[in-house]
Design a protein around this ligand. Sequence first.
Ligand code: G3P
Length: 220
Amino acid sequence: MCILEIFLDSACPLEIMEGLKTGFISGVTTNPSLLAHMKERDNIWTFLRSLCTETLPHPISIEVMCEDEAEMMEQSQKICRLGSNVVVKLPLTLAGLNVCRFLVSEGIQVNVTLCFSVHQALLAAKAGATYISPFVGRLEDYGENGWNLISEMRQIFDRYQFRSKILAASMRCSRHVVQAALAGADVATMPAKVFQELFHHPLTEKGLSLFKEAYQNLSF
Ligand code: G3P
C-alpha cells in the first residue's frame, strides 16, 4: 500500500538532524535558494558531501546549477559522486529531460523540478524521472490551482502505470500537506516550520493543560 512520505525541504544541517530524529522524515530536498541561505558553510561541494552523509540512508535531492545540457551532464556526474543516497535534481526543460533520460538509464535517481503543468509532468514521466516536483505553493501564489495539477498527474500516472513519484513541493502550511495527500501525491516536501505545524492544534495544547490541572487535583 502507498503512503504519503514526508520530506524536509532544507539545506540546514541542524534542521535536517532534528527532523530525522522524529522518525517521520524519509528524505530531504535542497535547492540553490536554500543553499544560498547557508552563509556559514565552507566550500559548496564539501558542504553538500557532509549533508549527504548526515541524511544517509534517506534520499537527498541536490540540484544542478546550470542550464546547458553538456554542463548539466558534467555537474550531474559530480553530484552523483557525493553519496549513495543522492537524487540528482534537474529542471523541467528539454536539456533537463535529456539528462534525466540518460541518468535514469544508468540507474541514477532523478528529481525533475519546477513542474507547473500536467503536460510538463507527462514529459518528465516519459523521461523516466524517479520523482517529479510540482510547485503547488508557487502556483497558488500565482492564483492557479496546484491541487488539480496533482490529482490530474495522479490519474494519468495510474492510467499509464508511470512509476515516477509525485513529490508535492513548495508547501506553505499544514493545510497544503493535507491537500497534497487528498490529491494523491506520493511525497510532500516541506520546510521545517510547516513540518512542526503538523504536530500542533490549539485544542490539543488547551486539552493538555486542562488534563494537567485535573491531574494535580487528584489524590492518590
Ligand atoms: O524545493 C523546492 C520548493 O519546495 C521550493 O519552495 O517555497 O521556494 O516555493 P518555495
